[in-house]
Design a protein around this ligand. Structure first.
Ligand SMILES: Cc1cc2nc3c(=O)[nH]c(=O)nc-3n(C[C@H](O)[C@H](O)[C@H](O)COP(=O)(O)OP(=O)(O)OC[C@H]3O[C@@H](n4cnc5c(N)ncnc54)[C@H](O)[C@@H]3O)c2cc1C
Length: 400
């Protein structure tokens, strides 16, 4: 399955990728073998290696070359499902707990980035979620009430207040604090460079073909031989996981562009992350070299688009959306891509143990907040593997 097509921006920002990565010899036994070296695999390896466990990560391609290189890198505690909607779905206590986990995960992502020797361009930002239509103002007010009642950092802006901060007009907006942006490709690669010095084994261009659990271990058959492990984590992203037909996931596709650097972004207050109430939504951010990244236009097709002129057409539409919001800017598209994008039917990620197995785990961060889910999921899996209590595991377990 092609996870993305078109021309990606992030891989151009990594100047010194070690193209001569050499796989290490397979060790006699690993505490954990992680299948997939994207954001989920990298963060799981990072979190587990802090516990002194012996880890191997195996990817059939190269690290960060899957969806993690198509990721636009917005890190937010607000989810595609608003807090008041999640409260209706799973009750107030669980919904608020899940939002808190996402808020903590943004903090934890920043903490991880600070331990890495190279910068991953992780910068704390506030976010604006504007009402796409007059009818959505009510929804925003309801969300404001739910967030403020539960002490999340949020402000409500009227149309006039919004106009005094930004060069476009919308009926109302919520401003949330404590979010961040990141360069996901640098982040994953920086984590693997750091882990190399911690004796974590990264195997690239190695496909996992079969995983068999016996009473006291798991054997992992790959294209270069068999690995023995105490536990296996599938961090395989949007590809069909072995547990079944994508459990409760819905795989769509989405588009993104990165513009040429823009001379003057001063009208964009605090370079806040921008999104909206409409579904599917348009979203925008800036980059450290002065570009705008915009994404959206989701379509109900699982395969990344194969056709270049199709991607060009969507890129033009995204450029027009930027020009509507920032009319004084001259916007030129430099990179454009289309990619598979997975969401779960109940808007929560799938993280946990395979119900009929003892040593096989999944970290499937379906949803617009995938990176935040990868982070919080790595902590949940650490606790499950080390048999520590974790009350949050119930919220995201596979058989919910
Ligand atoms: C256009 C777009 C924009 C996005 N924007 C955001 C955003 O702003 N913020 C956010 O938080 N999230 C965003 N996401 C979601 C985010 O990209 C994903 O959550 C994240 O990349 C998932 O990482 P992963 O490690 O689970 O998957 P991947 O990065 O896809 O990694 C999975 C890896 O598993 C490997 N693999 C699969 N099967 C096997 C096998 N049998 N053997 C060996 N290796 C295997 C693959 O080769 C791949 O490298 C976006 C996604 C897209 C597509």
């Amino acid at each position: 399955m092609d996870l993305h097509n078109g021309e990606l921006y992030w891989p151009t920002t990594l100047k010194n990728r070690q193209s001569n990565h050499k796989n290490p010899p397979i060790a006699a036994h690993y505490d954990v073998v992680i299948v997939g070296a994207g954001m989920s695999g990298a963060l799981s390896a990072y979190t587990l290696s802090q516990e002194g466990l012996k880890i191997a990560i195996v990817d059939k391609q190269t690290a960060a070359s899957g969806s993690s290189s198509a990721n636009t890198g917005l890190l937010q505690f607000s989810n595609d499902i608003m807090l008041h909607e999640l409260i209706e779905q799973i009750g107030e206590e669980n919904a608020v707990r899940f939002y808190h986990l996402c808020q903590q995960a943004v903090e934890q992502l920043e903490e991880v980035s600070k331990t890495l020797p190279e910068s991953s361009e992780l910068i704390r930002r506030k976010s604006i979620c504007f009402a796409s239509t007059e009818e959505d103002v009510k929804k925003l007010m309801k969300e404001y009430d739910a967030l403020i009642k539960n002490n999340f950092p949020v402000e409500y802006w009227t149309k006039e207040e919004l106009e005094s901060h930004l060069p476009f007009s919308k009926p109302a907006a919520l401003i949330t604090y404590g979010d961040a942006e990141v360069n996901p490709y640098l982040f994953v690669n920086n984590i693997f460079s750091y882990l190399k010095n911690k004796d974590v084994h990264l195997f690239e261009q190695v496909e996992v073909r079969n995983v068999q659990e016996t009473k006291d271990k798991v054997t992992v058959d790959t294209s270069i031989g068999t690995f023995s492990a105490s536990n296996v984590i599938y961090a395989t992203g949007y590809e069909t996981p072995p547990i079944g037909d994508r459990i409760g996931a819905d795989i769509n596709r989405s588009y993104a562009i990165a513009t040429e650097p823009i001379e003057d972004l001063s009208q964009w207050e605090d370079k806040m992350l921008i999104w909206e109430t409409k579904r599917p939504y348009l979203y925008l951010r800036t980059t450290t070299d002065g570009r705008i990244i915009a994404g959206g236009l989701d379509e109900d097709e699982p395969e990344a688009p194969q056709n270049e002129s199709w991607i060009d057409n969507r890129a033009t539409r995204l450029k027009q959306e930027i020009e509507k919001l920032f009319p004084m800017q001259t916007v030129e598209v430099a990179y454009s891509w289309g990619a598979s994008f997975g969401e779960s039917l109940d808007n929560l990620p799938y993280i946990g143990k395979q119900p009929d197995k003892g040593r096989i785990f999944y970290l499937l961060g379906y949803g617009g907040n995938g990176t935040v889910y990868s982070m919080l999921g790595s902590h949940i899996l650490r606790d499950l593997i080390l048999q520590r209590p974790n009350k949050d595991a119930e919220l995201v377990k596979l058989d919910r």
